[in-house]
Design a protein around this ligand. Structure first.
Ligand SMILES: [Zn+2]
Length: 262
């Protein structure tokens, strides 16, 4: 028996060069997520990024490589660094454990799109209508390639109906509580952006995966809210409804879990 057959074989996805490429691609994905999350909530288009402290537009080189704003020398946000590190880690994980049915390269656009949705929802409590439309077009293609047209459209319909029911329940809940305390509450439990997220995530995972993803999202959201509530009560910072959490990040988490369970 030749000697080299006795050595443990390294799977192709773990060769150093492959991992270095995945780290670089993750860094690029992180830059793209940061850029889109910087400009889309304000301008709703691919505009020039501006400094969040002094609103001076950045040059391309300044935006990508300067670590301080040339005008007011503001430092980059903590979020920019977190997104960059997070995207590199996710890219490496996707290289080793690709999403079910998708190769590594096909997973990258999913990573960028969901990253943008996640960051904007956490920072602005908002799923932009424009990004939702883009997501519907993108995940219609992914859905058809992954599970065929019927399962994909059923997934979108189920995602829409379940999230729309939550949305209506939230509206009724806020009205009832508002009447009980005889004042108007402006915060809604579920926004219409969450309904749009139900549609594009439904296209991506199809039926019945989307139902499982929403159940998981509700369970994790509930557990997270309880822990948060306990923390706020213990630290005496609790004010009713002042701490409503964005729901779409939990939907995305549910979808990722479903991808690895199927
Ligand atoms: Zn500045």
């Amino acid at each position: 028996m030749p000697f080299h057959t006795l050595l443990p074989t390294v799977p192709p996805s773990l060769k150093p060069l492959v991992l270095i490429l995945a780290a670089v691609m993750g860094g690029l994905a992180g830059v793209l997520i940061n850029y889109l999350a910087d400009v889309l909530p304000g301008s709703r288009r691919l505009s020039r990024p501006v400094c969040r402290a002094c609103s001076q537009p950045f040059s391309l080189k300044g935006y990508l490589f300067a670590f301080r704003c040339p005008n007011c020398s503001a430092k980059p946000s903590v979020r920019s660094l977190l997104v960059l590190v997070g995207a590199v880690v996710c890219s490496l994980l996707l290289r080793v454990f690709p999403l079910f049915g998708l190769g590594y390269w096909a997973s990258l656009p999913v990573l960028v799109f969901l990253g943008v949705i996640l960051v904007i929802d956490i920072e602005h409590r908002l799923v932009l209508f424009e990004t939702s439309l883009f997501g519907i077009a993108l995940f219609l293609v992914y859905g058809i390639l992954l599970h065929g047209l019927r399962v994909t459209l059923l997934g979108a319909l189920a995602g829409f109906l379940i999230m729309f029911a939550f949305y209506l329940l939230g509206v009724v809940f806020v009205k009832v509580v508002g009447r009980m305390r005889s004042k108007q509450i402006n915060e809604v439990a579920f926004g219409f952006g969450d309904v749009m997220a139900g549609i594009f995530l439904g296209l991506l995972v199809g039926w019945p995966g989307i139902a499982g993803a929403i159940v998981l999202a509700v369970l994790i959201f509930g557990a997270f809210s309880l822990v948060l509530l306990a923390g706020l009560v213990l630290s005496k910072r609790y004010r009713a409804f002042a701490s409503a959490q964005p729901f779409t990040p939990f939907l995305i988490l549910g979808v990722v879990i479903i991808f690895y369970m199927l």
